[in-house]
Design a protein around this ligand. Structure first.
Ligand code: NAI
Length: 332
C-alpha cells in the first residue's frame, strides 16, 4: 500500500518517523511516498506547499502529515488552510478522550470536535479598504454548512453516539451563523434518533471548562473549530496526545493537532503520541482496524505504565524512549 508522507518541519520529521516505526512494528507494510511541505519545501522550491505535493495526495488519496511552520507576515498563506482547501478536505475531526495515566482535572471526557475546514473567516477573503482599515469576509454557504453537519451526524450514527451539538454565534452574526443554524436544524431533522442541541459558542467554552463529559459530538464553523479543538485537547493532556484527521469526499490527510514546536525542534524531546494516534486513525481509514486498535491500546498501556514518557507528560524521557515503549507494548 502506498501512502504519502509529509514530514513537515520543526518537530515534524521526529514525530512522523516515530509513527512510521510504530506502524511497521504493528505489522502493516506501507510504501511511503515522501512529499515536501513547510520550510524545506520553501527553501527547495520557493513554495511551502508545492503543487507536486497536492498532486501526490490526489494520486495516492491518503497522507500522513507532520506539522508545518507558516512563516508569519512573509506573504505565505497557511499551508494547512491551502492544503484543506486545495483538496476540499472539508471536515476536520478531533477525537478527544480521557487517557489512562494522564492527570487532568477532568474524567470521562469522550467527545469529537468536527470543524468545517474550507470556509468561514479562514476562506482567506481579506482586503485593505484604505490604509489602516482591513476587511475579512466570513464565508458561509448552504452546501458547505449542510455537508459538515451531515458529516457530524453520520459520524455520530456510525460511532454509536447519542448527541450532536451545533455551536454558533447566530445572535450576533445573524446572517452567516443564522444560515448555518438553519442548515444544521434541517439536517438534524433527518436524524430523529440522535439528540440535537444548538448552543452559543461562548456557552460551549464555559461548559467545556465546567463539565466536558456532558458533550458528545460537536460541530461548528472553521475559526470556532480551530479554537475549540485546542481547548478540548487541553482537557485531556494537551496538544501532544490528541490525534486529528481531515476528510474530504476523495482524499484524507491525517495529522496531529499541534504545530511544529520550534522551541523544542531538533532536540529529540517531542511527544510523538499525537501523530502516532493520527496514524492509527489513518490505518482504520485504509482498512487496518486491527492494527489501529493495537496501536491505541499500546499508547494507553504506555501512558498507564508511565515509563519513558516525554517531559510534557511529566516524564524525563524523550521521543526515542516513548516510541520504544509503545513498540514494546504492542505485544502486551
Ligand atoms: P505548537 O503546537 O507548535 O507549540 C505550542 C507549545 O506546545 C510549544 O511550547 C511546544 O513546545 C508544545 N508542543 C507542541 N507539540 C508538542 C509535542 N508533540 N510534544 C511536546 N510539546 C509540544 O504551536 P505554535 O508555537 O503556535 O506554532 C508553531 C508553528 O506551527 C507555527 O508556524 C504554526 O503556524 C504551525 N502550526 C502548524 C500546524 C500544522 O501543521 N498542522 C498546526 C498548528 C500550528
Amino acid at each position: 500500500m502506498q501512502i504519502v508522507l509529509i514530514e513537515g518541519d520543526g518537530i515534524g520529521p521526529e514525530v512522523t518517523q516515530a509513527a512510521c516505526r510504530v506502524i511497521a512494528a504493528a505489522g502493516v507494510k506501507i510504501d511511503w511516498v515522501k512529499a515536501a511541505a513547510g520550510i524545506p519545501a520553501a527553501e527547495q522550491h520557493g513554495e511551502p506547499l508545492p503543487e507536486e505535493t497536492l498532486e501526490m495526495i490526489r494520486r495516492y488519496r491518503v497522507a500522513l502529515k507532520g506539522p508545518c511552520t507558516t512563516p508569519v507576515g512573509k506573504g505565505y498563506r497557511s499551508i494547512n488552510v491551502r492544503l484543506r482547501q486545495g483538496l476540499d478536505l472539508f471536515a476536520s475531526v478531533r477525537p478527544v478522550k480521557t487517557l489512562p495515566g494522564v492527570k487532568t482535572p477532568y474524567e470521562k471526557v469522550d467527545l469529537i470536535v468536527v470543524r468545517e475546514n474550507t470556509e468561514g473567516l479562514y476562506a482567506g477573503l481579506e482586503h485593505q479598504v484604505v490604509p489602516g482599515v482591513v476587511e475579512s469576509v466570513r464565508l458561509i454557504t448552504r452546501p458547505a454548512a449542510e455537508r459538515i453537519v451531515k458529516f457530524a451526524f453520520e459520524l455520530a450514527r456510525h460511532g454509536g453516539r447519542r448527541m450532536v451539538t451545533f455551536c454558533h454565534k447566530a445572535d450576533v452574526m445573524r446572517l452567516s451563523d443564522g444560515l448555518f443554524l438553519e442548515c444544521a436544524r434541517s439536517v438534524a431533522d433527518d436524524y430523529p434518533f440522535i439528540q440535537f442541541e444548538e448552543k452559543p459558542i461562548d456557552n460551549v467554552c464555559l461548559e467545556l471548562a465546567a463539565d466536558p463529559a456532558e458533550f458528545d459530538v460537536l460541530v461548528m464553523e472553521n475559526l470556532f473549530g480551530d479554537v475549540i479543538s485546542d481547548l478540548a485537547a487541553g482537557l485531556v493532556g494537551g496538544l501532544g496526545v490528541v490525534p486529528g484527521a481531515n476528510y474530504g469526499s476523495r482524499y484524507a490527510v491525517f495529522e496531529a493537532v499541534h504545530g511544529s514546536a520550534p522551541d523544542i525542534a531538533g532536540k529529540g524531546l517531542a511527544n510523538p503520541i499525537a501523530v502516532i494516534r493520527s496514524a492509527a486513525l489513518m490505518l482504520e481509514y485504509v482498512g487496518h482496524r486491527g492494527a489501529a486498535v493495537k496501536i491505541e491500546q499500546s499508547v494507553a498501556t504506555t501512558l498507564q505504565n508511565g515509563v519513558g514518557l516525554t517531559r510534557d507528560l511529566g516524564g524525563d524521557g524523550n521521543t526515542a524512549t516513548i516510541t520504544e515503549q509503545i513498540i514494546k507494548n504492542l505485544g502486551a
